[in-house]
Every structure is written in C-alpha cells, then in structure tokens.
Design a protein around this ligand. Sequence first.
Ligand SMILES: [Zn+2]
Length: 177
Amino acid sequence: MKQHKFKHNHSIRSKIIHKQMLPNIINKIADSVQEQSYMDRDLKKLIRLLKKKHESANQSILERLNISSSEIITGVMCEKCSYSPLNRIHGTWFCSKCKNRDAEGHIKALRDYELIIGPRITNRELRSFLHFNSRHAASRLLKSLNLPTTGTKKGTTYDLTNFHKTSQLQNKRPAIK
Ligand SMILES: [Zn+2]
C-alpha cells in the first residue's frame, strides 16, 4: 500500500509544475533546444530564396478564367442595391433605382478595373468602363486621383498599379466636385 502511494505521488510530481518554478523550467527548455539557430538560418535562407524567385502573375485573371472582357459588367455599382451603372450627376454617382449617392463610386470601380482588366487605363477606357461621355469630366476625375502617367494628351495612360490596396478613400482620394 505504501509502495503504491509513493509511486502515485512520483508520477503526479513529474507532471505538475509549481508556478514559481515555471520561468526556470521554460528557460531550461529554451536552452536545451540546440537546433534553434539552424532553424533561423534556414528560415532566412528560405525567405531570401522566395524573394529572389518571386515574380508577379503576368497572366490576367480574364485569361486565366477564360472570360472575355466584353462579359464584364462595367460601370459604377450601387453599394446599397448592386444596381449598375450609376450615373454621374453633379460630381457624385447617383443610383436611379434606390436613389443612393456615392461620391467615391469611381474609386471602387477603378480598383475592380485594376484587378480584373489591368493596371493601365486611358481617358477613353475610363469613360467606356464607367459609362460616361465627357472627356473633360473624365480627365478631371483621373487628375484627382494623382496617378502616375505616361504619354501626353490623348495618349496619356494612367497607372493604377496597387490602386486596389489604397485605403481610407475619403482621406487619400478627395472626391471632386
Ligand atoms: Zn441603388
């Protein structure tokens, strides 16, 4: 009986760590792990390799999914009721279905454009995508976004690279009147 009790206590003791002892035991375990430095080194090596070998996907999402650009529903979409296209009236986007207004609708649409069609857009392409006619209004809209450009006059191309990553629309991309 005595023998049995002793055995029992011993097995419990090996499983229970007193809270005062916990920091010491954690340190002991950490010290006993010799392979840590190798793991760190291997990880760094792997990170370097991944960075070196990384290349952006150059195939457009449309090609990948075998979708024609003519199948894409264009225009600014209503946030409230998903109706598309919204009309640009007095410097804002107006939903004729639910009467909602969205001053930044073009920004959301251009994020979609970047991800679906590509990172470059001309004034003509913008008008076609957002469904509005005025070249001057389109030009004002594009200028308000402060995008990098290449080319001049009608050949100007606006660069939307990483446009979809922009956040806090209100602060960064002022709506134009
Ligand atoms: Zn609506």
